[in-house]
Design a protein around this ligand. Structure first.
Ligand code: SF4
Length: 479
């Protein structure tokens, strides 16, 4: 599978033919939606909370400069250091610089999509620093040299036997007669391997779900506790995160936490919610000696004031992909991007450019489910439509589609002609496909008919039937 958004169509084709992937997706698909719905049903004020969450994020983004400066000032007051990074490269360099100054050779990492976005692991490794992923799924992916395929379930695409095979190949000290019956055996093996790595690490890197301006704290949620060990055991703790994570107050954070876990895993709260404020103070029983925050922009400030500003509300819960029919048909790797699914189809063109990622906003049925489950009410289909418009304006869509749409628009502006033409086309196609009931090939539609037949139209067009129904209604005297 190619890790580039440009290869979406090829990737999607091979993903749909991949039996193992399809098995993993079919297993996961019903779980998340069911759990989310049960969590929502348990909380009558959930809809009101969604509105509140949306307003909190809108307010923070409308005043982003103010809250970021307040946050940075409070981090410094608590003894930490903020590194402002305009680009992914700035961020990679900042982390390496911190590691070099600390003399760090091994770095433990909690799950962080921003570090995936900036390609941190490869960079650190190329510069003599060994990163060790400590989230269970990220750990197995690191052993397999694969990127995550989902933002909260990075190994969504794997089956149990894939985990076992990976451990048998990579853990050279694993006894041959070791049995992996279920998830607990997998967790026990990973714990055994990771325990010493936690103690040996010189530096720990985590992401952040939220940054609190009024206290200068970063907040992460995990279900494994690896985030806590990553940030409290090593001498240096580095938070690598992006600018839109800032919110004004602790109270705002608590409101957002109430919708986050319910939307993502269907839990009322994640198992661990950790607030970190600065380095260890005199008298603290544990904690790092140094605390750094690497704040990444990487194109986000360019979204402020544009039609894509709403996307900055995203709290990375993954509900949109957990309910997306396209995601569950092709899996996360097909998108060729750090961020798959509907949220990635909006965000990736912003980060990588629409020339690079133009396929992604087209990878949607526009069923609208993503918007209806988003805890911060991001109008994802509308934003994808904006990308499609930009793609069209820049002539990046195929010529057949552009001319086809142009022709359709010409007819649509002439209703009488449009009705006659569609009626004639329906009649013609109906005649052509009358024997089989479908058409295996159509001119200019080879891409569509390559994977399925076109159903031959039956009877009259929608317009004709609608007009007939209206006439019938008028005769019957109904309004
Ligand atoms: S777009 Fe909404 S549903 Fe999707 S990850 Fe972000 S917050 Fe969650």
């Amino acid at each position: 599978m190619l890790q580039t958004s440009r290869a979406f169509k090829e990737n999607a084709t091979s993903a749909m033919a991949n039996a193992g992937l399809q098995r993993a997706l079919a297993r996961a698909r019903p779980q998340y939606a069911k759990k989310r719905q049960a969590a929502v049903d348990r909380l009558p004020e959930f809809e009101a909370l969604r509105e509140e969450a949306k307003n909190i994020k809108n307010h923070a983004i409308a005043n982003l400069d103010f809250y970021l400066e307040t946050y940075a000032a409070n981090v410094e007051k608590a003894g930490g250091t903020v590194h402002w990074c305009a680009t992914a490269e700035d961020a990679r360099k900042a982390v390496l610089e911190i590691a070099r100054r600390a003399g760090a050779k091994t770095v433990t990492k909690g799950k962080s999509m921003v570090t995936e976005e900036i390609g941190l692991n490869d960079y650190l490794e190329a510069n003599g620093v060994t990163p060790v992923e400590t989230d269970l799924a990220e750990y197995v992916l690191q052993l397999r040299h694969e990127p995550p395929s989902h933002i909260i379930g990075p190994a969504f695409h794997l089956n149990r036997e894939d985990w076992e095979e990976t451990f048998r190949k990579s853990h050279t000290n694993l006894p041959a007669d070791r049995v992996f019956r279920d998830t607990r055996d997998i967790q026990a093996e990973a714990r055994l391997q990771l325990r010493n790595k936690f103690f040996a690490a010189d530096m720990g890197i985590t992401g952040a779900n939220f940054l609190i301006a009024e206290t200068g704290s970063s907040v992460i949620v995990t279900n494994e506790g690896n985030g806590d060990l990553t940030q409290t055991l090593p001498r240096v703790h580095v938070v690598v995160t992006s600018i839109e994570k800032v919110v004004p107050t602790v109270e705002d954070t608590l409101s957002l936490l109430r919708v986050l876990a319910r939307s993502s895993t269907g839990q009322d709260m994640s198992v661990y919610t950790t607030f970190s404020t600065g380095a260890r103070r005199p008298g603290d029983p544990d904690g790092p000696e140094e605390y750094h925050v690497v704040l990444v922009d990487n194109g986000r400030s360019g979204m402020v004031g544009t039609e894509f500003q709403d996307m900055l509300r995203c709290i990375r819960c993954a509900a949109c992909m957990n309910h997306c029919p396209v995601y569950f048909a092709v899996g996360g790797h097909a998108y060729g991007s750090t961020y798959p699914g509907p949220m990635g189809s909006v965000l990736t063109p912003m980060l990588a450019g629409v020339d690079e990622a133009g396929h992604l906003p087209n990878a949607s049925t526009f069923c609208g489910k993503c918007e209806s489950v988003c805890p911060v009410k991001i109008p994802l289909p509308g934003l994808m439509r904006h990308w499609r418009e930009r793609e069209f304006e820049r002539h990046l869509t195929p010529a057949t589609m552009r001319y086809g749409l142009g022709l359709w628009a010409w007819f649509a502006r002439r209703p009488g002609l449009y009705r006659s033409a569609t009626r004639m086309a329906a009649l013609g196609l109906g005649l052509l496909g009358r024997k089989q009931g479908n058409l295996p090939r159509l001119p200019f539609m080879g891409g569509w008919t390559k994977g399925r037949d076109f159903p031959a139209p039956e009877g009259d067009t929608f317009f004709a039937r609608y007009a007939a129904a209206q006439r019938q209604r008028n005769i019957g005297g109904r309004p």
